[in-house]
Design a protein around this ligand. Sequence first.
Ligand code: FRU
Length: 493
Amino acid sequence: MSEKLLKAREYETKQEQLIREEQRPLFHLTPKCGWTNDPNGFSVYHGEYHLFYQYYPYDTVWGSMHWGHAVSRDLMTWEYRPVAMAPDEEYDSFGCFSGSAVETDDGRQLLIYTGVCKKEDEDGVVREYQTQCVAVGDGTDYEKYAGNPVITMKDLPEGAGPYDFRDPKVWKEDGRYYMAVGNKTPDKDGQILKYVSDDGYKWTFDRILTRNEHRYGLMWECPDYFELDGKQILLTSPQDMLPEDLEFHNGNGTLCVIGTEDADGNFSGEKYHSVDYGIDFYAPQTVLAEDGRRIMIGWMQNWDTCGHKRDDMPWFGQMSFPREIHLRNDRLIQKPVREIENYYGSTVSREDVSLSGSTQLPGIKGRCMDMTVRVRPKGTEGSYDVFAIRFADNGKNFSTIEYDPARNIVKIDRKHSGSRRALVHQRRCRVSDLSGRITLRLILDRYSMELFINEGEHVMSMVVLTDVSADGISFEASGELLMDVEMHELVRG
Ligand code: FRU
């Protein structure tokens, strides 16, 4: 084991002990210590879910990337494994960037990642070089392949950009290995390249899967490519986006491309929409569970919101709640994984609550819950103008979800959550017109809120850093409406 990896393992072992359990979310995975960004290597290996993550153990800011590692049997309870990789080779000395994992034919676990190093070119400019590398292991310890890097600039097709070339997502099909990887052309257009291999080590360029054509941002990071309910899906995270109505916003976004793959393996995109309409979600990755479900997890953070943090927190960055995904009416539908039900504590249910003005309901409060609120007009359509839920409320700090039934807009807002930074604190999303009816399912964990609207048709995620003692919840209507509320407290056994 390299000195760098050993040092990181020793450091995180000591540091982890200094973090009390209640300083972390109840279910959302945080780094063992320090910083995390993208989920990596989300896979099933020997009957367990493995989730690696972009990791800088030594501070709560981005640094030279390691791969942190955790395993789970049910996606709800994660157990840390020792840091899997450190940037300890010349070709990855600037960091082991994002990648994925797959089981090899001989039962080992292959990690495929982007090795980044900095080199001074002949013109005197120091540039970042990104190549694809592999490491193989037993689920705990990994050895980098002596033949690394396995894909370099030399393997790029004509017209590809030499510098932005990263985030390989690997899968196995008909006994062969395939990889989708992000690239940016010299004229700043994102594209996804596909490579193929017989053994996971020796790769050849296959084709350009798809090009952005200068539509959605510039570089396309962290691709994932899979079949879902009879269609072919590409997920990617574009950088430097421009806004489009309420569908896409400025900065780093997420994009779901729904399309088809023809018999020759050519992909054509048909529908394009955001994956998550909230503030904090990026770089999602999926896994095919053994029972056939496609499960997605993302970084519940965004590069543009990293300044939203608390100095007293010993970690930075958390993963989203794992979501089962499907297609319905040309949209990606997301639901919290059903395993959540095994962690329900007490339940409070109220039906046909008539709401006008603001109210609290007995027994409905807390910061860790799975709560579904169904709202409908009382009497005639147009009986109310705004419906709102206030949560993480202590009288002074609070966050809100607001629904405007005339415009069909849901807004999430954490402006009053205690943040002292001028960052994005609100976001709006256009939802289906159901004549004033809406279903809002909130997953609250200690430091986050994920909102699943109308059975997962739209999802809005945001980090909420208000102290956990702020546990008030209230409902508000201008006008009159009826609502049903079902709240399950979330608990650890
Ligand atoms: C996306 C990303 C990836 C890269 C990694 C570096 O969030 O920028 O493209 O591999 O983070 O940490």
